[in-house]
Design a protein around this ligand. Structure first.
Ligand code: ADP
Ligand code: MG
Length: 329
């Protein structure tokens, strides 16, 4: 290893020392493999995401936030699946042995892990451009996963939290204007909606986490489910910070196409509306009804006056080149 053998093992010891323990980890960091004892009767949900410096986060992002986000985006996938997070592995490519970076990074990652009782059970460490690959594993009851292919015409379409904040911070950062503190926090420290995802089991007919932008991710659900969607542009939930920082048209564009939200977008039969409001209260997660599922394969965005909104071609087309793109009538 070009990081130097001593350093590599120092680093692994450091990680091992700080990593949380779980009783279902038979063997954690230190052997050739980790050995896990999943609760019997559960299935394993597995997801992986890689973050590369300069691609998935601005290179000057605080080490703490890089660690936090690297795990948070993986837990967001487990949340969107309805799984309970349990374990993760960490494949770390580091340019050098900057201890300040490593300590901050581990602190952020392990705090996110502790919040969700996730044990870091193994990984790999190499020298190279800064890149963080995480595999997260969770437990799910058989038949209860929140899949992308279950949305039905007539279902109501919901989203958690607010949309557009992360993309707004990125836009300010790219434009080299001062980045709003609250927006930046949403970009750097997303909140995986784990409790909400768990509570949606048996209620939501489909679910996805919004990472590439609402319209792109909703299109994935519609394609998988063989349905379309009609959503109300003016119903999309916006934070105060977003509304303060940008004009109305930009707010809508960021919300519909921006990405980096890590909110859940899900479909629920109308008869569960009261139950959903209860879940929102119990989990402390705001949810907003933004539209409904329709027949056909198109995603149509309506404005308040009943017109059809066209997403500006920059942004969405880049992500949304699927078979059933947003309606362009
Ligand atoms: P091997 O040569 O068998 O792959 P390594 O020297 O890469 O072993 O790793 C030794 C132990 O440390 C293994 O249990 C591995 O899972 C763990 N490990 C290595 N890097 C990391 C990391 N970045 N995070 C967590 N565990 C790690
Ligand atoms: Mg290895």
């Amino acid at each position: 290893m070009a990081t130097g053998v001593m350093l590599e093992f120092d680093l692994i010891d450091r990680i091992k020392f700080h990593a949380a323990k779980r009783s279902d980890v038979v063997i954690g960091i230190g052997d050739d493999c980790a050995l896990l004892a999943p609760t019997s009767g559960f299935q394993l949900a597995i997801t992986a995401d890689t973050l590369n410096a300069g691609v998935h986060f601005p290179t000057e992002t605080a080490p703490f936030d890089i660690g936090w986000k690297a795990l948070a985006v993986n837990l967001s996938d487990l949340a969107a699946f309805g799984a309970r997070p349990a374990w993760c592995t960490l494949s770390l490519s580091l340019p050098d042995s900057d201890l300040g970076f490593i300590d901050g990074f581990l602190e952020g990652l392990l705090l996110m892990a502790a919040r969700h009782e996730v044990a870091l059970v193994g990984g790999d460490t190499v020298q190279g451009p800064l890149s963080i690959g995480i595999t997260a594993l969770g437990l799910i009851e058989p038949g209860q996963a929140l899949r992308r292919d279950g949305a039905q015409a007539g279902d109501e379409l919901w989203v958690s939290g607010t949309l557009g904040d992360g993309a707004a911070a990125l836009a300010q950062w790219r434009d080299a204007v001062p980045v709003d503190h609250d927006l930046r926090a949403r970009l750097d420290r997303p909140t995986p909606r784990v409790e909400l995802g768990r509570a949606l089991r048996g209620i939501a007919t489909s679910c996805i986490d919004v990472s590439d932008g609402l319209l792109a991710d909703l299109t994935h659900v519609c394609t998988a489910s063989g349905v379309g969607a009609e959503l109300q542009l003016d119903a999309l939930p916006a934070s105060k910070a977003l509304q303060t920082a940008f004009d109305a048209a930009t707010v809508r564009r960021l919300q519909a196409t921006g990405g980096d939200d890590y909110e859940l977008c899900f479909t629920v039969p109308a008869m569960y509306r009261d139950r959903l409001e209860m879940i929102a209260n119990e989990t402390g997660t705001p949810v907003t009804r933004i539209g409904r599922i329709i027949e056909g394969g198109r995603v149509i965005v309506r404005t308040d006056d009943g017109g059809v909104w066209m997403p500006p071609s920059t942004g969405f087309v880049h992500f949304g080149g699927g078979t059933s793109a947003v309606d362009r009538r």
